[in-house]
Design a protein around this ligand. Structure first.
Ligand code: N01
Length: 539
């Protein structure tokens, strides 16, 4: 069989938040770019996760590109926190507005990427025919894009419909009159529950670990406020990069205010309860020691449980929804609309799997140690193989045929979350070791793409063919990433999370993102570039 290999300067994998901007930016720098996307549409996360209630937890006016002042001005947001539909429409608008579609190949999955030492080029294989050759490959594959298939026996025997929040069908799913079971109570499950409950005849929520979830306070976006924020966009974009999480809190979207300068360990029981009366759900985090001291954290957790008891009518359900032996700040905070209130509805019930686990799925429903539940639909909101999963599912081979899976078998190792030693000219947008999931993804994606674009231009100017992270610089960065995380609740003794890879059996337990905040990270990236890309080797 004859191959015709098409050549590009850059192949970008993924047409989500990062891939769309990468295409635009690298094209503007004069490089030939081809984007390969597995989905049949653009938008990445906002293409796949179209479950009922899917909504971003970063305010719309900040979860938007800053690269085009015209785009900023012309797009109108309708709510403080945007729904999936609105974000999907926004990213489609961007694709049209900047004429991106002609270089995007949809419905095509990249299966392998192989570095050829002799030509110093990458060969990129897909499930749709001939390979591509590229000098540079940019993995814009997302941090939360590789679905976790839950290992529940009998899952395929279910006679009703099985749905996954992370690969939701495009057709309107109608739950009217149906008995629905939902497995998983992370962000996706918590957002889905109130929406599914609206139509379903019965909703049974199977919960293995209760979450800490805070009311989002979402509302329509006032036109006048939107106009004012738009007038300040240039300053706002600078402020975002100077903010720990890349979110300044415009449009009144501050769901969890900053702590007051008071320690919960110094407060009396009466003062702690008075804080709940005054601040409600925010009370548990209103202290300066809750995120730094485990004993203080547990006192904060008790204030959270107090709120659950105040809102949820049935004491047993309230107890079931109460997190225990789990530090606030270990897992990603969840924002919701009416999640706890939904459990006060007659037709909604909780199965607290801490009292008896799921045994299996059977044709008629879910069998647990607490009894059998007959269902028409099962919704799995069971999450992702985060940060590394999308890369792991591609057979990536660098110098000397070494596979990335092998290189990362003891945990991902990257320099600045951008490149891995042994894999020249292969970049990752928001990879392990960068702020990524701990910050505003749009801001992070733009910063990475711009940084990589400047590097490519630098190489073109110098006549360099390859760039590669050095092992020494990479080791030093990984050590710094681990050191910063070790001082936070992300690595508390009772913490198990997808940040640490705990949700994937056999995955190396390493804290993956950079927890030192966006400003320190951006400063580091800028300093590395200013020093002629210190820590990177060129040939
Ligand atoms: O996934 P998760 P997610 N049997 O991993 C449970 C972003 N996001 O899709 O905790 C029973 O958080 C699992 O239980 P446990 C955001 O960054 C953002 O909800 O492992 N249960 C857990 O309850 C978020 O953090 C938004 O004990 C099983 C749940 O499934 C990230 O995506 C919205 C199970 C998985 O929760 C992932 O969120 C949505 C089993 N076999 C997502 N296997 C916004 O708001 C797993 N579980 C922007």
């Amino acid at each position: 069989m004859s191959h015709s290999t098409v050549e590009f300067d850059v192949v970008v994998v993924g047409a989500g938040v990062s891939g769309l901007f990468a295409l635009h930016h690298f094209r503007q720098l004069g490089f030939t770019v081809h984007v390969i996307e597995a989905g049949d549409g653009v938008g990445g996360t906002w293409y796949w996760n179209r479950y009922p209630g899917a909504r971003c937890d970063v305010p719309s006016m900040e979860y938007s590109y800053g690269f085009s002042p015209e785009l900023e001005q012309e797009w109108e947001w309708t709510e403080v926190f945007p729904l999936q539909e609105e974000l999907e429409a926004y990213f489609n608008h961007v694709a049209d507005r900047f004429d991106l579609r002609r270089d995007i190949q949809l419905g095509t999955r990249v299966t392998a990427a192989t570095y050829d030492d002799t030509s110093a080029r990458w060969l990129v294989d897909t499930d749709a025919g001939d390979p591509f050759s590229a000098q540079f490959v940019v993995m814009a594959t997302g941090c939360l894009s590789a679905p976790l298939e839950p290992q529940i026996p009998g899952r395929d025997t279910f006679a009703g419909r099985s749905l996954f929040t992370n690969a939701w069908p495009k057709d309107d799913v109608d739950f009217t009159g149906l008995r629905v079971g939902l497995v998983g109570t992370g962000s996706s499950g918590v957002q889905s529950v109130p929406e599914i409950a609206r139509d379903a005849a019965e909703l049974v929520v199977f919960q293995r670990t209760p979450s800490y979830a805070w009311p989002a306070g979402n509302r329509p976006l006032d036109r006048e406020l939107q106009r004012r924020v738009k007038a300040q966009y240039r300053d706002l974009r600078v402020e975002q990069r100077n903010n720990y999480g890349g979110v300044v809190g415009t449009s009144g979207a501050v769901a969890v205010p900053l702590p007051r300068d008071v320690a919960i360990l110094d407060a009396s029981p009466e003062e702690r309860l008075a804080a709940v009366d005054e601040l409600g759900w925010a009370a548990c985090r209103a202290w300066n020691d809750v995120l730094t001291d485990l004993e203080a954290n547990e006192l904060g957790a008790e204030l959270f449980r107090e709120m659950v008891r105040r809102v949820v009518d049935d004491p047993e359900t309230a107890d079931g929804l109460s997190p225990r032996d789990l530090a606030i700040g270990c897992k990603r905070p969840i924002l919701h609309t009416d999640y706890y209130e939904t459990f006060n509805l007659e037709h909604v019930s909780l199965v607290d799997l801490r009292r008896g686990a799921i045994i299996e799925v059977e044709p008629s429903g879910i069998r647990t140690e607490q009894g059998d539940f007959e269902l028409d639909v099962i919704v799995y909101a069971t999450g992702f193989d985060a940060m590394t999963g999308a890369l792991d599912r591609i057979d990536i081979r660098g110098r000397d045929g070494v596979s990335l899976r092998e290189a990362w078998s003891d945990g991902a190792r990257m320099l600045l979350g951008i490149e891995t030693a042994g894999f020249p000219n292969l970049f990752t947008i928001t990879g392990p070791g960068s702020p990524s999931v701990l910050a505003n993804m749009v801001v992070c994606a733009e910063q990475h793409v711009e940084w990589i674009g400047a590097l490519l231009a630098f190489m073109r100017e110098r006549g360099a063919t390859t760039v590669e992270a050095t092992v020494e610089a990479q080791d030093a960065w990984v050590e710094l990433v681990n050191g910063v995380a070790s001082k936070t609740m992300y690595t508390a003794p009772n913490c198990n999370s997808w940040y640490l890879g705990d949700n994937i059996p056999g995955k190396a337990r390493v804290f993956l993102p950079w927890a030192g905040g966006l400003p320190a990270y951006v400063e580091r990236c800028d300093a590395v570039a200013a020093a002629g890309y210190e820590g990177f080797a060129f040939s």
